[in-house]
Design a protein around this ligand. Sequence first.
Ligand SMILES: Cc1cc2nc3c(=O)[nH]c(=O)nc-3n(C[C@H](O)[C@H](O)[C@H](O)COP(=O)(O)OP(=O)(O)OC[C@H]3O[C@@H](n4cnc5c(N)ncnc54)[C@H](O)[C@@H]3O)c2cc1C
Length: 395
Amino acid sequence: MIDSKLLVQKVAIIGAGPGGLAAAIALSNLGLDVQVYEKAQDFRPAGTGLGLVSNGLNCLEAIAPGIISTLTKSGCPVHQTVLKSMAGETIRTHSSTLLEKYGHPLLTVWWWRLQQTLASRLPSEIIHLNHRCIGFEQDESGVAIYFENGKTAYADLLIGADGVNSTVRESLFGEGKPNYLGSMCWRSVLEYRHELSNSYQLVFVKGNQQFMYILDVGEGYTSWISRKFIPDCQLSQSPEAAKTRILHELTGWDDSFRALVEATPAEQIWEGPICDRPPLTHWSKGRVTLLGDAAHPMAPAMGQGANSTFEDVCELQTCLSQGASLTEALANYEQSRIQRTSLIQARSAIGEMRYYDIDTTKQTSERFSEGDAAPQLNNDEFQDWLYNYKPPAIL
Ligand SMILES: Cc1cc2nc3c(=O)[nH]c(=O)nc-3n(C[C@H](O)[C@H](O)[C@H](O)COP(=O)(O)OP(=O)(O)OC[C@H]3O[C@@H](n4cnc5c(N)ncnc54)[C@H](O)[C@@H]3O)c2cc1C
């Protein structure tokens, strides 16, 4: 445990996703009394494949030493990416150079396994399931946090790690719904070996303004993710309707791709819109701050949602361990993060539309004014800047 000046004693974190749980580990390591409140009734298998890369992995290892080794055992280090046509033919194979260049391969893990791995590093009694945060009130002495189940918790610091539809962010800044990017997503994970993909491979299938990823996420599980450019977002009325719809969208695709979807139980298919939000100029007010998707939700095109969240956690941990006051610590935290995450958000939004051969660079640069530097870095420079991130040292 690190000896800190303890600017605060009690910390409440809303959300037991990757960000909330990683923050709970990092701040417990500072000697703080951390409690995590999660709306889900229980931890059930959820999500699909997440790609962890060097910037996120360096942070995770700093937060929870040894965790890369655990995740590597349950996930899959990707050696090759393979581009296929809808007919199943291989167009191109590319050997990954991430390990040589940045010290870690792309590690694909099931979202649920990542959540479980992080949760296993915490005492179970500090994670309070079935606690949906509905609001909070703060004054100079603390924050009262209100839950749908009628309970109230008190803390010196409240962290909203409650995702893209964050209640904490809405209470702080009141922006309303996130921004739909025109990209609809269907995804799932199942025990399955796809005949056109080998272990340690990531398969990308390009269709007509539509694509599919097939990821080995370890332990015999395969994750599939399909997205399609649909400017008008309409959700299906039932899980069965969502399954029928994605199968319809895959009409004309090789049977092996359709078979993967057909083998997935309808209730395990997640259908939803791909959204982001414009960058905020501040993430904190008083004793309340944000982290991860709550602070900077982004399109998944660059696979940086979780990775950039782990960077947030390391910076917040450092700022809380070094600040002279809570106000100063939270100001330093957001200053260290907003420009970088805005730039990643901007590149992610542009990348999402490039999948569909739509160039939105100009509109995106206007929407993400903090991401002004984005067009100035070429792809290699941007990749170096992104993947070479190292967490700050805790003094
Ligand atoms: C169930 C789930 C599955 C996901 N699967 C994938 C995936 O397969 N691939 C991918 O790229 N990204 C996925 N994501 C998004 C990805 O996890 C994030 O981009 C990234 O990891 C940042 O994590 P986060 O902790 O900030 O937010 P999230 O991962 O969104 O976690 C937020 C957590 O807060 C909880 N929560 C939300 N509102 C409240 C509230 N009012 N009170 C209490 N708790 C609340 C949520 O239940 C969730 O556990 C998923 C998110 C969720 C919630």
